[in-house]
Design a protein around this ligand. Structure first.
Ligand code: ZN
Length: 343
């Protein structure tokens, strides 16, 4: 139900980002080509193949795109992953959306005068993109999403994601913003201490930063929340700026004020911005209130990102994760019964 004043002024209504769906182009295949040592993915399609998916219910929202891109990078950057990252990227693009020139390719493919012979060469030429660019665009999006998620969880009293934010990836390491809190306060922090022996002992115990970086399970020795202001500023500084313009939502046909997009990364950054703007002012200690529907969450079992559909959802829809959730619920239930019986 439309509520004047309230709905019009909320960010969601003005930006409409989470629900914003975009018209996109999808190529069935990509060919790999090298130019001056740079790997290029070149889209290919035949006359009988559709570039535009006319079924509105298969269109991705910004949130879905963000989740899908994060899971792609998580898989590519996993040190245990043996697959060729170029194949993984091409596969993602042909099953989701072409990553660059989002608007202009759609306009070409949707042009009233479109015919394969006169348009296809231009479309395939414009669609060529460099694998390095894709990886350079994808990595910060993923790491920033993880940082945002870790910070949210930390505020809620769960420090697991913050402790594991830094990791050594196959191509790129996680952000190390929380690592310094894993080792003991330095001497400067303890100037008021007049116990020299205790200070020397503490210094001897404080291991090097690098030692701690490799140990994701290390407990925090200082609470990172003491620097919450700084951590928030750092998080916000990682976001790009957006050029805004009026757009028509592909699914609802409503006109929205939204980001001008060139790539899927613009779309995903924009969706993430909305998530951060939604979550940031909420310091209510109700553990369910921060998770507004549509907030990307990391599954407690497999770690993949998913879009939350209810306030209590902590696991993705993968059957093995749902089975894990049920096992844990049953264990908790047995534990509660045991405690009740003892009382
Ligand atoms: Zn899962």
């Amino acid at each position: 139900m439309f509520k004047p004043h309230v709905d019009v002024l909320s960010f969601g209504e003005i930006g409409g980002v989470g629900e914003m769906t975009y018209c996109t182009v999808r190529f069935p295949r990509y060919e790999l080509r090298y130019e001056n040592d740079a790997a290029l993915l070149c889209p290919r399609y035949e006359e009988n193949e559709q570039l535009i998916d006319r079924q509105a219910d298969t269109l991705l929202t910004g949130q879905e795109l963000l989740v899908s891109l994060c899971n792609l990078y998580r898989a590519i950057n996993d040190p245990a992953c043996k697959s060729n990252p170029i194949d993984m990227i091409a596969e993602w693009c042909s099953s989701n959306i072409h990553p660059y020139h989002v608007d202009s390719l759609y306009d070409l493919a949707n042009d009233a005068g479109y015919d394969y012979d006169s348009y296809s060469d231009m479309i395939m030429q414009d669609g060529i993109f460099s694998v390095d660019d894709f990886m350079r665009d994808l990595a910060p999006l993923y790491h920033t999403t993880c940082f945002h998620h870790a910070l949210l969880q930390l505020i809620r009293g769960n420090d697991v994601f913050a402790r594991e934010l830094y990791y050594e990836g196959r191509f790129n390491d996680g952000y190390a913003f929380f690592e310094k809190y894993k080792y003991a306060p330095t001497v400067e922090n303890n100037l008021c201490s007049d116990n020299l022996l205790a200070e020397m002992l503490e210094n001897a115990q404080a291991e090097s930063f690098e030692d701690h970086c490799s140990d994701n399970h290390q407990e925090f020795r200082q609470n990172p929340l003491q620097d919450l202001e700084y951590l928030h500023t750092t998080l916000l500084s990682l976001f790009p700026e957006f050029k805004m313009k009026l757009r028509k939502d592909a699914k609802t046909n409503r006109i929205l004020f939204a980001a001008d997009v060139y790539s899927v990364f613009d779309l995903a950054w924009y969706a993430l911005s909305r998530s951060v703007a939604n979550d940031a002012p909420d310091y209510d200690l109700n553990p369910n209130s921060m998770y507004s529907d549509g907030t990307p969450m990391a599954c407690l079992h497999c770690g993949n990102f998913f879009i939350r559909r209810g306030p209590r959802q902590r696991y993705c829809t993968n059957p093995s994760c749902q089975a894990a959730r049920q096992r844990i619920n049953q264990r908790n239930l047995r534990e509660r019964r045991r405690i009740q019986q003892q009382q």
